[in-house]
Design a protein around this ligand. Structure first.
Ligand SMILES: [Cu+2]
Length: 162
């Protein structure tokens, strides 16, 4: 309890919080689609490295942190333990890169709606955001292939390959 009060006091005292989130959005999902993803820009105005270490949301069974890697011209998702935001820097979570992976949706995500997403950072802080749902165009990469990520059930298929 004491710790929480100290944390709250320090947050109130600071003009900017570590881990400033801007432009967060969730990818709208097709009816019955199991997965979605969350994107945003996270800034770290402090002189200490910060990392996004966990995310959670009520709208799905599982929320993970992912990155995309180019594996011989095929974009594949990988789970990552954390997403580092350099001191005095920022990181962009975007289609084709880092993202908050939302797996096992228990509802359809419709454009214009807002969903709650909680982010946990390496400094012990957390933020609960109201994130708008937006339509995200399927990304094409250099190879012209549609990414695994945009395929319904693509994640499952990918895992079976290993
Ligand atoms: Cu993913």
């Amino acid at each position: 309890m004491k710790k929480i009060l100290v944390l709250m006091a320090s947050l109130l005292a600071l003009p900017v919080m570590a881990g400033e989130v801007s432009n967060p959005y969730l990818r709208a999902s097709a009816p019955g689609a199991p997965n979605s993803a969350g994107f945003m820009v996270i800034s770290n105005p402090t002189d200490q490295e910060l990392a996004l270490v966990r995310a959670e949301a009520d709208l799905a069974k599982k929320v993970e942190l992912h990155n995309h890697v180019n594996d011989n011209g095929v974009m594949r998702m990988r789970q990552v333990e954390k997403i580092v935001i350099p001191a005095n820097g920022q990181v962009e979570l975007k289609p084709g890169g880092f993202h908050v992976m939302i797996m096992g949706l228990n509802k359809q995500l419709k454009p214009g709606e807002q969903e709650s997403l909680t982010l946990h950072f390496s400094d012990g802080s957390s933020q609960t955001l109201n994130v708008p749902v937006k339509k995200v165009q399927p990304m094409m990469h250099a190879g012209g292939n549609k990414m695994q990520h945009d395929m319904a059930g693509g994640m499952k298929k990918e895992m079976h390959k290993h």
